[in-house]
Design a protein around this ligand. Structure first.
Ligand SMILES: [Zn+2]
Length: 782
């Protein structure tokens, strides 16, 4: 999944919400000189619901009250006592139970309150299983009936308690068992379960599920842990006019109520008589019957329903693609999706090809639907065959910078990579959720950079830089933790989505890729996917496959020991160079490193990084590889002695290394004058970030950094660099690292520079960049 907004997306959200109204003033000035689109309209914050819309929602709820059905039933007897499934319980359960299979039916009613379902769960109890402790997780409203191996459980039995449905011991047996549960679940408003949304434009209702980490059991009773993989069949009954989507393709076209096909599907799913149909109060109903899925984890099985609009590609390469590729969105934003859809399809098709090759494993599922969903509080979720994305990723009439568009496409590539790493092969328990995310993060940038067909996108590693520095910044705090963590229960699983698991974890994989080489990655992943397809793994399995590949390719470093040094301890290293020169030649080149103070068990680590030797035009003339050791705090690069000195040394060129790198004084002086002359925008962006990091540890003064920014920003045209400078670095320097008495003056200077040197010179052509600069000017003006 993708849980967090990137820096830039966050920035855009702020811009839209906060300054739009006052920006008009400046626009008035600015548009008198050039053509500028209107500023974005101010939108109400998400939690402030306009009164009208709230009333309309209430209306919908009233008019579709559900008929009362006479059932005996269970409500959860002690719901608040235990909310989580503990790791030790999960381990025991997956030892006791195997061969799980689900047959699931839903009546997805209008109104936003609740929906009905029936699930038949077949499973085998292993020899030695604890028969008095067999349960499925369930956090719904009501269990209407419970049948265990053909016998109905009576009302007197306290079967539903603590978010679990227990099966009476005397009704179970070692070997195959089958239980059927008729249930009512609640729609949710917080995207944890089956989310219900009413579109404010047309009053249409939309549903989508979000289960990760452990919310599948809010939708239906199930073994809600990732290592109890199972095949699923699904029948979804929805109001006529809706579509239903899930992991698999339909086995037959949607069937209207009253048709023979409809009756056939219901009887196949054991839904007696008209009971399910009558829940819809006489409204016409459509049945969507989905084929059986491969064995997958329950958190990846999905249901999406509503009057979603189908978007198909007109590109022959997509239409004839090896698996069907489709995009869906709600009606009121469909026209904007139409405008961008071919770009999404291109990214989808090219990434599937790229990953198939990189992992030596073809796309493992039957189809890929991608759905833009409203009101979603996360970035995206990689449901098998049916990914969902927050729908403000769709560019409407507002400006998206090229950088932002690429960031969004990168989200597509991130989710699609999970189809292999995460979905085909899945972590046993949430301990390894970080690996799932770090891996998707790293390979998605690799894909954006390298995939055939995506050559025009060039921002991959620039966006990745944000992740690295996010990780590095978190890693220097005293709250840092090892990349690999112990997750004791399901509720703790949600907490690990932070800069360490996403940013540092991905940087570690980036380092692994460059230290051991692409071939190790390729060979290791091939055997990994071969051995574990449709199964579960732990971190050690992944490492073992990479390690075997490294041995096979005769690489000396012991990958397993190396990995331990990175994953089991917290904190980063600090690395800097001591360089002496005489008559234009290097006479001494010493690499120093030490563990940063924060981080339990922090230590020296072996890694490789590059140093670029720039000439006086700031062109890299030579690239040198440096390999640090796990034991030596200082060592000399004797091979550099006598070599031509550089005008500036760019430490950690291309960002393959992960450490707090410090720039030497000579190079600092060169960057002060000529940072803007460096040709690669990503290199400029990286140096600004290193300088900012040095500022925070007191290795450079705020005044000096601000001076560099002011001098260099005049010529800067790259949106990635401009974003970092004006949204993060300059404001932070002025606020925290400059004496307050100069505060006014600093802002005045920034205002003048942007106005005189950048905007009026006409050197910036990209509208979104102009927009960004106006915003910065406005901040300075206040
Ligand atoms: Zn993810």
């Amino acid at each position: 999944s993708l849980m967090s907004l990137s820096k830039e997306q966050y920035g855009y959200a702020l811009a839209a919400a906060g300054i739009a109204a006052t920006a008009t003033l400046l626009y008035a000035y600015y548009t008198s000189q050039s053509q500028e689109p209107k500023p974005p309209a101010e939108e109400p914050a998400q939690d402030e619901k306009p009164e009208e819309a709230a009333q309309e929602e209430a209306k919908v709820e009233e008019t579709s009250g559900q008929p009362k059905i006479e059932h005996f039933g269970f409500v959860d007897a002690a719901a608040e006592e235990q909310k989580s499934l503990y790791k030790k319980e999960a381990l025991k359960r997956s030892k006791d139970i195997c061969d799980v299979r689900y047959q699931l039916a839903y009546a997805l009613l209008r109104g936003g309150k609740s929906y009905h379902g029936q699930v038949k769960v077949s499973f085998t109890l292993n020899e030695g299983a604890d028969l008095d402790d067999v349960f499925v997780d369930y956090r719904g409203e009501k269990v209407l009936s419970l049948t265990v191996n053909g016998k109905q459980v009576t009302e007197g039995v306290n079967a539903f308690r603590n978010h679990r449905v227990y099966f009476p011991q005397e009704m179970l047996a070692v070997g195959p068992n089958e239980v059927t549960i008729r249930f009512v679940s609640k729609y949710v408003k917080d995207c944890q379960g089956v989310h219900h949304y009413v579109d404010k434009d047309d009053n249409e209702e939309y549903l989508y599920s979000q289960y990760e980490a452990a919310d599948a059991h809010k939708a239906f009773p199930c073994f809600d842990q990732p290592d109890m993989k199972a095949p699923y069949t699904l029948l979804a009954l929805v109001p006529k006019g809706w579509v239903a989507l899930s992991t698999c393709n339909l086995v037959k076209p949607e069937a209207p109520s009253g048709s023979g096909e409809y009756a056939e599907s219901l009887s196949k799913f054991g839904l007696d008589g008209d009971e399910f149909t009558s829940l819809f109060n006489g409204e016409e109903v459509s049945a969507f019957e989905f084929g059986e899925s491969p064995k997958i984890s329950v958190y990846l099985y999905s249901i999406i329903a509503g009057p979603y609009v189908l978007h198909e590609s007109s590109d022959e390469a997509v239409k004839g693609y090896k698996v069907p590729l489709r995009i869906y969105s709600r009606k009121s934003i469909a026209k904007w999706v139409e405008r961008s859809k071919e770009e999404y399809f291109l990214a989808t098709r090219c990434s599937i090809d790229f990953y198939g090759e990189l992992f030596s494993t073809p796309y493992p599922f039957d189809k890929l639907d991608q759905v833009f969903v409203p009101d979603y509080n996360m970035g995206a979720m990689e449901n098998v065959g049916c990914v969902i994305y927050r729908d403000d990723y769709v560019q409407r009439d507002e400006l998206f910078s090229d950088h932002k568009r690429q960031g969004i496409l990168n989200t597509f590539l991130h989710e699609i990579s999970h189809m292999w790493f995460g979905n085909l092969v899945t972590m046993k328990w949430w301990d390894d959720l970080w690996l799932n995310e770090s891996f998707a993060n790293f390979v998605s940038y690799l894909c954006l950079d390298e995939a055939k067909g995506l050559e025009k996108y060039e921002s991959a590693w620039s966006i990745f830089l944000d992740e690295s520095f996010w990780g590095l910044s978190e890693d220097q705090k005293d709250t840092t933790h090892p990349i690999s963590v112990d997750v004791i229960h399901t509720e703790a699983a949600q907490d690990i989505f932070d800069g360490i698991s996403y940013g540092k974890g991905a940087s570690w994989l980036n380092q692994t890729f460059h230290f051991f080489g692409r071939e190790v990655f390729k060979v290791g992943l091939k055997s990994y996917f071969e051995e574990y397809a449709f199964k579960n793994t732990e971190l050690k399995d992944f490492i073992r496959h990479l390690s075997n590949a490294a041995k096979q390719l005769k690489i000396e470093t012991d990958l397993e020991a190396w990995t331990d040094s990175w994953l089991k301890t917290a904190g980063c290293n600090i690395i800097w160079h001591e360089i002496e020169e005489a008559e234009g030649k290097i006479t001494k080149f010493i690499v120093h490193q030490r563990p940063n103070v924060n981080g339990a068990g922090n230590r020296l680590r072996k890694q490789k990084y590059q140093v670029a030797f720039y000439n006086d035009k700031m062109k890299p003339l030579k690239i040198v590889d440096v390999e640090t050791s796990e034991t030596q705090e200082s060592f000399e690069l004797t091979e550099l002695i006598g070599k031509k000195a550089a005008h500036a040394y760019h430490i950690n060129y291309k960002n393959f290394g992960y450490a707090k790198f410090k720039i030497d004084e000579k190079s600092l002086l060169a960057f002060e004058q000529q940072l803007g002359d460096i040709g690669l925008a990503i290199s400029r962006k990286q140096i600004y970030n290193i300088l900012f990091d040095m500022l925070r540890s007191g290795d450079i003064s705020g005044a000096r950094l601000l001076q560099i920014c002011k001098k260099q920003m005049v010529e800067e045209k790259d949106v990635g660099v401009i974003t970092d400078l004006f949204r993060f670095i300059i404001p932070a320097v002025i606020k925290s690292h400059i004496p307050t008495e100069y505060y006014q003056q600093c802002h005045h200077d920034i205002f003048e520079i942007i106005l005189d040197n950048i905007l009026t010179s006409g050197s910036i052509e990209d509208n979104s960049t102009k927009h960004l600069l106006l915003e910065a000017m406005l901040t300075s003006a206040r």
